[in-house]
Design a protein around this ligand. Structure first.
Ligand SMILES: Cc1ncc(COP(=O)(O)O)c(C=O)c1O
Length: 388
């Protein structure tokens, strides 16, 4: 199921080279080949305002975070990256930089539950309205646009239903209406999809997931191409202060180095899991954009390198879904995704419980897998036994 690398702003070096080297010149004082963890809050000034290397206080800038931010910009084919304390901190910075009371946003009708909660419980009481729309339907998005729409917020693939939307087509719809296109690239990662090359204005990541890749750090990122937009967001990153700490930045940077090889193995394993699930009697439906009958398959082929490590499936009842989630041994029952270890969860009762009773409520019979990079035979045996 290999596809071509998305075209557009083709960087001078290959993805894997940028992931290992961008922003990561050997340390000028010691020659250390990996950027050190600058676990420091403040910096000596040589006379007032005499900064060495531009650093004065680590909320504003820290060398380990700078290395990560430059690397993130490079692997997303952007010009400016910003690292945050979490994905939601990054999202909140977009909201508070670009929106004012009275503005309107279009969001996916199957957005990540935390994103929905941010709009419904934080932005809406402040006076920002939003409409959940099926983003796979470009005409529906066009119909939802209003004069006060400032952002079309895209997730593709979506969490947890793995819906696909056409980034280039939605960028055109947003731009025609004078709005910006934000793409949450968490599920695909920069290796599988580069939204800025397809017309998106801002890429947001929960780097907690594939970018970090080892379930050992919570973080978020924004990447943009436009310098002015980058300046506005970076101003608020510092003003609001939800920055990534040095150790978290270092862990994330370490994860990004192996993103390409990890993603290829995640995809290999996910494809085999999908093959097994599609023929299993305990499974009603498999949701995976790599399946030719997935409604977003053709768009996914166009804009993704491969189809990712996330697989969701519907069972025959909520009880079945819960039983399966509690029966696996290698697939660990837990929230989050994108780490080297396989995880299983019940979105309705876990990650997406905050969307219960809303238009974004997920089916109760749904199970979500984050397929890790363990031995595939072990993963298949574990699933087969749990499915019964
Ligand atoms: C698609 C997506 N976006 C954003 C987030 C929020 O990121 P964080 O948990 O790092 O705040 C998540 C978290 O699960 C997510 O899955």
């Amino acid at each position: 199921m290999d596809n071509e690398v998305p075209q557009g702003n083709v960087p001078e070096q290959g993805f894997e080279t940028l992931a290992i080297h961008a922003g990561q010149e050997p340390d000028p004082t010691t020659g250390a080949v990996v950027p050190p963890i600058y676990q420091v809050s403040t910096y000596k000034q040589d006379g007032i305002g005499g900064l060495r290397g531009g650093y004065e206080y680590s909320r504003s800038a820290n060398p380990t975070r700078t290395a990560l931010e430059e690397c993130l910009a490079a692997v997303e084919a952007g010009t400016r990256g910003m690292a945050f304390a979490s994905g939601l901190a990054a999202e909140d910075t977009i909201l508070r930089t670009l929106l004012r009371p009275g503005d309107h946003v279009v969001i996916p009708n199957d957005a990540y539950g935390g994103t929905y909660r941010l709009f419904a419980k934080v932005a809406a009481p402040w006076g920002v309205s939003f409409d959940p729309v099926p983003l796979g339907d470009v005409a529906a998005v066009r119909a939802a646009m209003r004069p006060e729409t400032k952002i079309v917020w895209v997730e593709t693939p979506t969490n947890p239903l793995l819906g696909i939307s056409d980034i280039a087509a939605l960028a055109a719809v947003a731009h025609e209406a004078g709005a910006l296109l934000v793409v949450d690239n968490t599920f695909a990662s920069s290796y599988l999809q580069q939204p800025l090359t397809l017309g998106a204005d801002i890429v947001v990541h929960s780097t907690t997931k594939y970018m970090g890749g080892h379930s050992d750090v919570v973080g978020g990122a924004l990447v943009v191409r436009d310098a002015d937009l980058g300046e506005r967001l970076a101003f608020n990153q510092n003003s609001m202060g939800a920055v990534a700490g040095p150790f978290d930045a270092w862990l994330t940077l370490r994860g990004v180095k192996t993103l390409g090889v990890r993603m290829d193995r995640h995809c290999d394993n996910a494809e085999k899991v999908v093959e097994m699930l599609t023929s299993h009697r305990a499974v009603k439906q498999v949701l995976y954009p790599g399946l030719p009958d997935h409604p977003g398959h053709d768009v996914a082929v166009k804009q993704m390198r491969r189809f990712g490590g996330m697989v969701s499936f519907r069972t025959w009842s909520e009880e079945d879904a819960v039983r399966i989630c509690e029966a696996t041994r290698l697939f660990t029952l837990g929230e989050s995704l994108g780490g080297v270890e396989s995880l299983i969860e019940h979105p309705g009762r876990m990650t997406h419980a905050s969307a219960a009773g809303s238009p974004l409520e997920v089916p109760a019979d749904l199970v979500r897998l984050s397929v890790g990079i363990e031995n595939i035979d072990d993963l298949l045996a574990d699933l087969d036994r749990a499915l019964g």
